[in-house]
Design a protein around this ligand. Sequence first.
Ligand SMILES: C[S@+](CC[C@H](N)C(=O)[O-])C[C@H]1O[C@@H](n2cnc3c(N)ncnc32)[C@H](O)[C@@H]1O
Length: 390
Amino acid sequence: MVCVCTYIGASAQAVNKHTTLQSEIYNAMATQSPTMAVPTDAQLIQAQADLWRHSLCHLTAMALRCAVQLGIPTAIHRLGGTTSVSDLVTALSLPQSKMPYLGRVLRLLATSGALASPKEGTYSLVPLSYLLVDGVFIDGEASQKALLLSTTSRYNIEAALGLADWFKKDITPPPSPFEDVHGATLFEESMALLDPESDELFHEALAAHDHLGIGTILRECHDLFKGVQSLTDCCGGDGTTARAIVKAFPHIKCNVLDLPKVIEKVPSDGIVNYVAGDLFHAIPPAQVLMLKLVLHFWSDEDCINILAQCKKAIPSREMGGKVIVIDIVVGSSSKEMLETQLLVDMLMLVCTRGRQRDENDWSTIFTKAGFSGYKIVKKLGPRGVIEVYP
Ligand SMILES: C[S@+](CC[C@H](N)C(=O)[O-])C[C@H]1O[C@@H](n2cnc3c(N)ncnc32)[C@H](O)[C@@H]1O
């Protein structure tokens, strides 16, 4: 690294006009950041390009949102999986005059990996965009359209725009930036009162997010359920996960615990036993409890309280007692995967009071809740499947 002072000193010795100008620029930078090494010309050009990318990447999300709102993934699917821009314009009944503009949106989406472009001017689905096709079915309804539309909704964007103001306020316990900006809490009555349509979209998005992947877990972590006689899925909603478990392991007796307002809307199915309650107060006992995509929604203190309730509801480790936690475990050798995990953590920061945790965080919480040990059984993409032992 070249120290600022040395660099400026060297520039000052040069005599031509160009270097004098450069020296002035470097001097101005050095005044602002005396410890930062002055970037070279190549670094400056790269830094400017990187800055453009960082400050404009929300437009990739907006381009994807626009594609979903126009029904592009579904249209490509119906056209056989690959299509030209002109066929897409016709299929979507868009004005022909918009064809060049649509081509530019599709080009960005292909470059960012949301579509593929097998040859110039043609576009096809990739697994990501396949998840945005209407009615796509993989181990159940798998379309993630609602998730995309909710994370890019004006409510989420406005909450993120309020982040700097939120940091300056000293309120204990802090509301989320979402609550601070909108005066309503995601997934609660206040949001339904503020905007029933968006509240419905947020719930649809949550269900889409939570339901995708149980089939993979059951296939990849078969041993997790070996010898299990009974299981309570805590915060199991409408029982989608529990029914999938019973389908794969018919001998397991499954309970689903959720709030009364959720359970009263679930028709009994003769497959799963639905229990209305609050996991902070009492959990229906079982050999194994499952907390799938639950704890990231809560603070560390709440997680410890929830896990302490779990411990009361299971038998000893020798009797097969355990809690299965399925949640993000932050940390990956892939920069892209780590960035994904941290972006989801930012989503939690902006919209909820929860957070994503690394292995160290998880270990601390398990110990504080009185558990004797844990094992990360499998990492599935950004998530980990963890067994926690009493
Ligand atoms: C994100 S979690 C559900 C994730 C779910 N386990 C899955 O993987 O599909 C949301 C659920 O937690 C439920 N819930 C929230 N607070 C609860 C509480 N105190 N006791 C029981 N259920 C609760 C909500 O009603 C909602 O159904």
